[in-house]
Design a protein around this ligand. Structure first.
Ligand code: SF4
Length: 240
């Protein structure tokens, strides 16, 4: 497991550096008169699909206690029930928000129970609009309201068409990519996907140990156990 020890150590350092860089970016943005609306207790963005590398999911898995584990089981059961009816990525993202709802890692008070180890995708969301906009299902919004909202966004700072600050998200995507490359270097392949599902695979199938045996062993496990679900997993192979 020494490969994972090194990968996790590197990831922890990258997360700390990322938080420091984001604090600087936010201070610069606010110094130019911008405002970020995120605040303690706000969880409207925790209904969005969270995609991350398997290494990031491993850090979260270490923070999942018994109570969160039960919520995770319920989430994955509902996810697996619904996925066979999902035809494309857009429908998957919509189903996630409308039918699965909150992330299973929210605690009873609505705070992130895995805050210290949450993935880059969560760390990178800084809302330039009030929290209610983070909970809006744009597929249900009247066209005129959607147009007005889009027109109100400052495209020089947001990750358009979202209202989240662009620079942290760009940095997060680069770091996710670096994490996947690090996994390829160590194990010869990379794995990414839906955060709760990856954590569930680690909890129930010790997937990190299977990774040490290589991508063929991981694929065999997923296929044998019927776990290779569409949209929620991405297995990448390092070029030969
Ligand atoms: S991991 Fe934490 S911050 Fe990310 S969606 Fe879940 S509860 Fe929210």
């Amino acid at each position: 497991m020494s490969g994972w020890v090194a990968t996790r150590g590197e990831l922890g350092r990258r997360q700390r550096d990322f938080d420091r860089d984001c604090a600087r970016l936010l201070a610069e943005y606010e110094g130019r008169g911008g405002r970020i609306f995120c605040g303690r207790g706000c969880r409207a963005c925790c209904t969005l699909t969270v995609d991350c590398s398997f290494g990031e999911a491993l850090l979260v898995a270490e923070a999942v206690n018994e109570g969160l584990g039960r919520a995770l089981d319920v989430y994955v059961e509902r996810l697996r029930e619904r996925l066979p009816k999902v035809a494309d990525l857009k429908s998957y993202l919509r189903m996630q928000r409308r039918e699965l709802g909150d992330c299973p890692f929210l605690d009873d008070e609505g705070a992130c129970a895995v805050y210290e180890t949450r993935p880059f995708a969560c760390r990178a969301l800084f809302s330039t609009r009030p929290a209610e906009w983070c909970g809006v299902d744009f597929g249900e919004l009247p066209a005129i309201e959607k147009e007005l909202f889009m027109a109100s966004l400052d495209r020089t700072v947001v990750d358009f068409p979202t209202h989240y600050l662009a620079e942290p998200r760009e940095l997060a995507r680069a770091l996710e990519g670096a994490g996947l490359l690090a996994m390829e270097r160590v194990f010869g392949f990379s794995l990414a996907g839906n955060l709760p599902y990856l954590v569930w695979l680690e909890k129930h199938y010790a997937l990190s140990q299977k990774c040490v045996e290589g991508d063929a062993a991981v694929t065999a496990l997923l296929e044998t156990e019927g776990l290779n679900l569409p949209f929620v997993l991405r297995l990448g192979k390092a070029p030969a």
